[in-house]
Design a protein around this ligand. Structure first.
Ligand code: FES
Length: 165
C-alpha cells in the first residue's frame, strides 16, 4: 500500500522590489524550488495586512510566507520594520489560536538572492509538510476548491500593489 505524500499549499506574499524579483531570478536561472507556493505580488511587505495572512489560512493555505527587502532596504523607508512587528504579533496570535506559529514565515530576500529565496521556500515547504495539513476551514477537499479559493485571494489582493501612505 502506498502512502500519499502530503503536499502543503503555501501562499507567498512577495514584495515587488526584491523577493518577487528574487523568485523571478530563480525562475530564469532555472533554480529549482518546491512548486507548492502560490505567489502573490505586493508592492511592499509592509502592505501585507495580518488579515491577508489569516484569510489565506482560512481559505485553505497550510502556510504563508511573507518576503520582503532586507531591513534598511525597503523602498518605502521603514515599512518592513512594520512587517517585523506584525509578524511577531501574528505568530503570537496563531499560537493563542492553537495553530503552529511556524506556519507563517518572514523571509528577507534581495532581488539578487534567488538561490536563498528558493532554499527558504524549500525549507518552509518541508517544515509545513511535517506539521501536516492545517485544514482550518475543514471544508476544502482536494477537488480544486481550495486552489480556486486561493486564486480568488490573489485577485482580491490586486489592490495590494498600491502602497498607502
Ligand atoms: Fe520591499 Fe518594502 S519595498 S519590503
Amino acid at each position: 500500500m502506498s502512502e500519499e505524500r502530503f503536499e502543503p499549499l503555501i501562499v507567498g506574499f512577495l514584495c515587488n522590489w526584491c523577493s518577487y524579483r528574487a523568485a523571478d531570478l530563480a525562475g530564469t536561472a532555472r533554480i529549482k524550488y518546491a512548486p507548492n507556493v502560490r505567489i502573490i505580488r505586493v508592492m511592499c511587505s509592509g502592505r501585507v495586512d495580518p488579515t491577508f495572512v489569516l484569510k489565506a489560512l482560512a481559505r485553505g493555505a497550510d502556510g504563508v510566507m511573507i518576503a520582503g527587502c532586507h531591513p534598511g532596504e525597503c523602498h518605502y523607508l521603514e515599512q518592513n520594520y512594520k512587517t517585523m512587528r506584525r509578524y511577531s504579533m501574528l505568530r503570537h496570535m496563531l499560537g493563542a489560536m492553537g495553530l503552529e506559529p511556524e506556519r507563517v514565515r518572514l523571509q528577507w530576500a534581495s532581488a539578487a538572492e534567488g538561490v536563498q529565496l528558493a532554499a527558504a521556500i524549500d525549507e518552509m515547504v518541508e517544515q509545513v509538510r511535517k506539521l501536516g495539513p492545517l485544514n482550518w476551514p475543514g471544508i476544502w477537499s482536494e477537488d480544486g476548491g481550495r486552489l480556486e479559493a486561493i486564486e480568488k485571494l490573489a485577485e482580491e489582493h490586486a489592490e495590494a500593489m498600491e502602497v498607502k501612505a
